[in-house]
Design a protein around this ligand. Structure first.
Ligand code: FES
Length: 106
């Protein structure tokens, strides 16, 4: 699936991501700054914070308790669209996914 990462200034990065890969891993692999991922995907750092809106938000599993706790520690404000990108596995269902990057991660 194609995933588009949108920086706060509107710059877009389109990345072809194989199904099964996480939104965070794909961004790191593509050299996209804006996702730091200090803990390497353990849902323990909140520096992979992104905003995912409808219709894609509904296509990912609900926020786990662990993720919910970490989302309380994001540097940029948490909104209803906030997710940890290390907890989002890309599937064919999310083709065209748009991920908004927050202003800051650390
Ligand atoms: Fe640390 Fe996602 S990479 S919480």
């Amino acid at each position: 699936p194609t995933v588009t990462y949108v920086h706060p200034d509107g710059t877009k990065h389109e990345v072809e991501v194989p199904a099964g890969k996480r939104v965070m891993q794909a961004a790191i692999g593509a050299g996209i700054d804006g996702i730091v991922a200090e803990c390497g995907g353990q849902a323990m750092c909140a520096t992979c914070h992104v905003y995912v809106e409808s219709p894609w938000s509904d296509k990912f599993p609900a926020i786990s308790e662990e993720e919910d706790e970490m989302l309380e520690d994001t540097v940029s404000p948490r909104t209803e669209s906030s997710r940890l990108s290390c907890q989002l596995v890309v599937t064919d269902e999310v083709e065209g996914l748009i991920v908004q990057l927050p202003q800051e991660q650390v």
